[in-house]
Design a protein around this ligand. Structure first.
Ligand SMILES: [Zn+2]
Length: 79
């Protein structure tokens, strides 16, 4: 059972963890926010990165406020 030594296992685990690190920062969130808000208001399917934006919005008050402003602006433009 000891075909893999610890270093190999650790390297594999690191590689797996790195591919799972898919959080975005405020700059990235802000850059995609307008698109995300458009899709939200139009009720269209989410762009591929939207789950990441939503995840960030849950954690970041600043971005959430900006996003809500976008939604309000878009909805009133539709109205
Ligand atoms: Zn943020």
């Amino acid at each position: 059972m000891s075909k893999f030594n610890k270093t190999v296992v650790r390297t594999l685990i690191k590689a797996i963890l790195q591919t799972r690190v898919d959080e975005i920062d405020c700059g990235e969130c802000f850059g995609m926010m307008d698109k995300a808000a458009e899709h939200n208001v139009a009720g269209r399917p989410a762009p591929e990165r939207l789950p990441l934006i939503e995840d960030h919005l849950r954690k970041c008050d600043d971005c959430r406020e900006e996003y809500e402003q976008f939604l309000i602006a878009l909805k009133s433009a539709d109205g």
